[in-house]
Design a binder for this molecule. Sequence first.
Ligand SMILES: O=c1[nH]c(=O)c2[nH]c(=O)[nH]c2[nH]1
Length: 285
Amino acid sequence: MAITLGPNQYGKAENRLVRIHRDTARHSIRDLNVSSALRGRFDAAHVHGDQRDVLPTDTQKNTVFALAKQVGVGALEEYGTVLADHFLAHAPAADGARISIEEYGWERIPVDGAGHDHSFVRAGQGIRTTVVDVEGRGADRRATVTSGIRDLTLLKSTGSEFAGFLVDEYTTLAETHDRILATSLVATWRYAHTDVDWDKTHGAVVALLLQRFAEIHSLALQQTLYGMGTAVLEAHDEIAEISFSAPNKHHFLVDLSPFGMENPGEVFVAADRPYGLIEATVTRD
Ligand SMILES: O=c1[nH]c(=O)c2[nH]c(=O)[nH]c2[nH]1
């Protein structure tokens, strides 16, 4: 049986880039974690240790910072596309480039009712993500953009049930028609094309996810995710599919009867692990 090199890619992972835009006294800040990966005809490097086609990961790191200065950082998806196209232009052996970016948001510190010009506090509503993947060049160039959010921690204190489930000899779970539903959501959505107002769409999708989480009377986390995904696809033609990974962050009612107290859904212990992990993709036919 012949041995051959399988799929491979290489790049610099987790470049922590902080870009301050300071054209005026009112600064703005972008705080990113940028990873690059090139794939293509890099057999010689693997098989023979021949580096002539290899654009070093150190150069890729430098490029992340240099282009942040030269072109600035606009929408994550735009900046990712600039990087991917740059690497394909400069590494002839690469057939594809993948740029993964996370953004840690900052908000202006309110002082006397207005946001301060250059002092910020870390934003709490999840981490914005994108993966820009460019395959090919020229007429064969194909860009795929998948954006999302992670660590979006959500909780509803009622409006959630879990009952009617399959029971076998190991089932101990009691049915409930009133429980806490909580998750730390990861959502990623793939765009059908790249003619998109990235920041506006991202904001609208996150707002819709939050709204539907709040509105849906949940019969299970699975049904809530499907409802959230359906709302996004119905409202956004530019999105082809959306995927979720949602830990079910269990909250267990504490038994206060030893202390002579009732506990009608008021005192819970937030369990750490294990947790249910519900994953689903909602797509178009
Ligand atoms: O929303 C839920 N989905 C499940 O599949 C499940 N399983 C479980 O024990 N609790 C829950 N909750």
